[in-house]
Design a protein around this ligand. Structure first.
Ligand SMILES: C[S@@+](CC[C@H](N)C(=O)[O-])C[C@H]1O[C@@H](n2cnc3c(N)ncnc32)[C@H](O)[C@@H]1O
Length: 234
């Protein structure tokens, strides 16, 4: 892991994941852009969403990803998240079979139970990626898929911007952010027994700049990435 502190250009007060998302939940859905993750999910060509029967959404938050998976026709989705306030919003969406308050690296979900495991916009909050990839492998079926979408480490380093939100008083507050190079993902995934089948990256393009005009200085730089992994025992 590369330490974020060396890149921090904002100097925002930093809080832990549970405290941060407990407060951000009030405005989360209005501030997270689909361009960050949903567009990358849509771009993945190697994932046969329509063939998935049971999926696990690790770090499900308010259920944005779960709602998208349900629209793809996936009937049974279990969600896991550390923050009860985020799980409360996910519950109200009524797209999950069960929602579990747990760490993504120790979910308590059944082993070899899911055709697909998904993690969106969570990995930058983890000090160590390896337990996440191991847990995803444990709960996926032997030939199951794992899709991980993340906030690009290049963007975090080049912009010096942590994951953050505005508190009720208007103060920008950072949530504990870690930098994981893409090679760390590849090493962690391979070590956990996954085979990489697809990778996509999204840059700050005209569509992004229409959403975030202040990011002109970041034009054409990568902002998000997606990996699709498959179990080796096919
Ligand atoms: C940016 S939100 C993403 C939520 C959802 N996946 C989405 O794309 O909208 C990050 C979520 O990850 C959760 N989270 C962060 N670290 C976690 C951990 N170690 N275990 C479980 N959940 C975690 C937070 O509580 C929060 O709900």
């Amino acid at each position: 892991m590369t330490r974020f502190e060396g890149f921090d250009s904002r100097g925002y007060r930093t809080v832990d994941v549970r405290s941060g998302y407990a407060e951000w939940v009030a405005t989360y859905e209005q501030t997270v852009e689909d361009a960050m993750d949903i567009h990358l999910l849509e771009a993945l060509g190697e994932v046969p969403w329509e063939g998935v029967h049971e999926a696990a959404d690790l770090g499900c938050g308010t259920g944005r990803t779960g709602a998208w998976l349900r629209e793809r026709g996936i009937a049974t989705i279990d969600g896991v998240d550390l923050t009860p306030e985020m799980l409360g919003v996910a519950r109200a969406r009524e797209v999950y079979r069960q929602l579990v308050q747990a760490d993504v690296s120790a979910t308590g979900l059944d082993s070899s139970a899911y055709d697909l495991v998904v993690t969106c916009l969570v990995d930058e909050h983890l000090a160590d990626l390896r337990p996440l990839y191991v847990e995803a492998r444990r709960i996926a079926r032997p030939d199951g898929l794992y899709v991980l979408v993340g906030f690009h480490p290049h963007f975090i380093m080049a912009s010096g911007m942590p994951t953050h939100y505005d508190s009720a008083s208007g103060e920008p507050v950072a949530i504990e952010t870690h930098v994981h190079l893409l090679s760390e993902h590849v090493s962690a995934g391979l070590a956990a027994g996954w085979t990489l089948v697809e990778m996509r990256e999204r840059v700050v393009d005209d569509e992004w700049l229409a959403l975030k005009p202040k990011w002109e200085a970041m034009r054409d730089q990568p902002i998000a990435f997606a990996f699709a992994w498959r179990g080796q025992d096919v």
